[in-house]
Design a protein around this ligand. Sequence first.
Ligand SMILES: *Cc1c(COP(=O)(O)O)cnc(C)c1O
Length: 432
Amino acid sequence: MRLYSTNSPDSLVDFGEAVLRSLPADNGLYMPETIPQLGDDFWATWKTLDFQEMACRVVSTLLQGVMPEDDLRAIVCDALNFPAPVVKLDEQHHVLELFHGPTLAFKDFGARFMARVMAWLNKDSDQPLTVLVATSGDTGGAVAHAFHNVPGTRVIILYPSGKVSGLQEKQLTALGGNITALEIDGSFDDCQRMVKSAFLDKETAKACNLTSANSINISRLIPQMLYYFEAARQFDKPPVFVIPSGNFGNLTALLLATRMGLQVGHIVAATNANDVVPQYLSSSSYEPRASVATISNAMDVGAPSNFARMVEIFGDDWKSMAAAISGYAFDDRQTRAAIHEVKDRFGYVIDPHGAVGYLAAEAWLTQHPDDTTVILETAHPAKFPETMHEELGADAIDVPERLACLADEEKVSIPMAAEEAALKAWLAANPA
Ligand SMILES: *Cc1c(COP(=O)(O)O)cnc(C)c1O
């Protein structure tokens, strides 16, 4: 597989380079040069295979020639070591639960696959790969868990002291092993500035074999395709997928799956008040802007980073994108009401992101009452205790063991001044 940058279609890189770099130097996004179709042999058996086996066949078709088949299989099976179940609410409403991974959100799929691919790419080096990340909370936790105990890698996380929630801090600081948390006496912006300057310093970057596990890394989208296959094969008629969206990585992954041949009834993009894409779909004018804060905060994005990939997939043709995807946006008041409605109507506890999806499913079903929708539940409700307790009360929320036990874990962090030189000095003293 070769990839081009959306900003310079003529310069191609191989898969390994695209994964280790995350971002092309020209600030575009990496896109596959061609997307292979799954063959009749796949479609003849896809409903009979187990999740991991089906996933292996999809990924090896897409990544032909990138690495030996057995290595790729091992990576896929290790990354997808938790299920993606479809829960039926009624004939028209289904929920695809993507929160059964270690940090209870769908980002575990992408991050776990990326970590293992990066380790494989670095396997012949005598120096471990150092993943340097700045986090304001959630991303760092998903990346840290994804790389935890992956041989030949270590993760250095920078987080702003006192500015992440107690549980988030435990997710970053209690893992130990190949994960190190630097607690910065400053803001998230300071953390980002320090990370950026370490990358720009060629000496440091080389001495520490630095890489970034950026959220727009192409390797994250690949495993996110797989749960759409998993869900779609449970229906006779292709379902309508409803996707609560922020940076539109999840939705872009579905577009890639359809290019490999997956049939869908329709695609519904659901957003909160940050409705740049629904606006674009209805008006054809794209106007990114600053994000506003909502209770579905993982979707508070004013300039979605995967939008360029979506445009590319539709050949820069607004009409065909608007025909394939319908967008709906809802505010916090509606989202809170939806959390109640889903509980009252189906006895199901849905998180604020999934609730935005439910509202969009309802909007779609009003026009298409005989369709079957699959709403992506992108995170576990226990990750949003404040909103969930306000709406349904503490008793309504089951806290999974892997979240509950974090409270007893010990925080281990290294305090550091918010200075670029401090990070560089630390890296020089701890090259690997
Ligand atoms: C990241 C995230 C989203 C948004 O996903 P995108 O791929 O950025 O559109 C939605 N819900 C939750 C819980 C998330 O963590």
